[in-house]
Design a protein around this ligand. Structure first.
Ligand code: ADP
Length: 393
């Protein structure tokens, strides 16, 4: 029997799980997901070598219909193939920790209630995270469960980076710039200390460019500002999310274009960003391949906004020692990284084209004043690490 930590990341249409050995190396033993919940669900689990050890697919409208059923299905599949492992703790990705939860916490009834009360701040995600917690409590009664928050890493923001210029009463009611992708940024901050210890305490901008995309200004290992604000809609354009928008546009859509709240939610979360601009796809690989004028313009807008935010975050940091790229696009698209760094000599960035094309860890030339890095993120490992830390505390 190996003692293990199970990580559960219950998103809006998929649930990811990963099982780690509960030792110092945190070896990943099994990982997998159930996707397309409520449509035509597919479940797959892989071992450490990448071999599929469990697989199931259902037709349209068949199989697990909701998150509760999907969690039961993946929990059962996991128990079947991981019979020789004993789960000693379960770590959950929870999108919102509100204004007070600034570190991972052990879930007890009071914390469970606090997380439920935060659901209105993240209605598309928090209820699924809670369903994950409840399902695991049922499947593994008595096993310690830990909540790790996407907002926690940003809770030390100075007030000017935490507020909007709205009446103060609204800030007190929780209308604040929380920032997200915190587990990814915490992981990158930790990895920086290993791959570039000389700048880990310096001024770093991390660009987390995936389906969701944001950037974070980190000084001395701590977040001081981020492009995401009250929700994960703000800042950079994303696969299907608009990113930063003049609030007057929202007012106009409501008052003059016949949109109501559900239609606006659909527009801003699911029909905008790269998908809306290209009219083609939310997927960067598809846009890079397509080469249509609209696809190129969508990419150009994405890059433009990253460059602009890089300038803004550098100003917030008072200078820049390193720029790190991570997540699906940041880790894999040499073309996007090159376009972001193009002509940034004034900021001290000199990209090494060959190192960038090969996707090395250090992408800048030896003479570059700013270190440019490519660091793969691993939010699941960060959750496992925090969960194990609380188990041992
Ligand atoms: P999520 O936010 O859902 O975790 P990921 O971090 O997996 O997303 O990023 C998904 C994005 O990464 C997609 O737009 C995908 O096209 C892009 N991507 C993955 N591999 C490449 C690649 N080789 N070149 C360009 N884009 C890539």
């Amino acid at each position: 029997m190996t003692d293990t930590v199970l990580v559960v990341n219950a998103g809006s249409s998929s649930i990811k799980v990963e099982l780690f050995a509960a030792d110092a190396a945190l070896t990943s033993l099994l990982s997998g997901q159930i996707e397309a919940i409520g449509l035509a669900p597919r479940l797959a689990l892989r071992d450490a070598a990448g071999t599929t050890v469990a697989e199931e697919a259902w037709g349209q409208g068949e199989g697990p219909r909701d998150h509760r059923a999907a969690l039961a299905a993946i929990g059962t599949a996991l128990a079947r193939v991981a019979g020789q492992h004993r789960i000693v703790a379960i770590g959950h990705r929870v999108v919102h920790g509100g204004a007070t939860l600034a570190a991972p916490v052990v879930i007890d009834p009071a914390i469970r209630a606090e997380l439920a009360a935060l659901a209105p701040l993240a209605p598309l995600h928090q209820p699924h995270n809670l369903a994950g917690i409840d399902a695991m409590a049922e499947l593994h009664p008595g096993v310690m469960q830990v909540a790790c928050f996407d907002t926690a890493f940003h809770r030390g923001h100075p007030w000017v980076a935490d507020t909007f210029a709205l009446p103060r009463a609204l800030w007190r009611r929780g209308i604040r710039r929380y920032g997200f992708h915190g587990l990814s940024y915490a992981y990158i901050a930790m990895r920086l200390a290993e791959v570039a210890p000389e700048i880990a305490r310096g001024r770093v901008v991390v660009a987390h460019l995936g389906n969701g995309a944001s950037m974070c200004a980190i000084r001395d290992g701590r977040s001081i500002d981020s492009t995401m604000g009250f929700t994960a809609l703000d800042g950079l354009p994303m696969g299907t999310r608009s990113g930063q928008l003049d609030p007057g546009v929202v007012l106009h859509l409501l008052t003059a274009e016949g949109y109501d709240a559900p239609a606006l939610t659909r527009l801003l979360y699911h029909e905008s960003g790269l998908k809306g601009l290209s009219g083609l796809s939310s997927d960067m690989r598809a846009l890079e391949r397509a080469g249509t004028a609209e696809a190129q313009e969508a990419i150009a807008y994405f890059v433009y906004r990253i460059r602009k935010e890089l300038g803004a975050l550098t100003a917030a940091l008072g200078g820049l020692d390193a720029l790190a790229f991570t997540a699906g696009i940041g880790e894999n698209s040499a073309a996007i990284r090159a376009a972001v760094c193009e002509g940034m000599g004034w900021l001290g960035i000199a990209l090494d084209a060959a190192a960038n094309a090969r996707g090395e860890t250090v992408l800048s030339t030896p003479a570059s004043r700013v270190r440019v890095l490519r660091i793969p993120t691993d939010e699941e490992r960060m959750i496992a690490l925090e969960t194990l830390r609380l188990l041992r505390a």
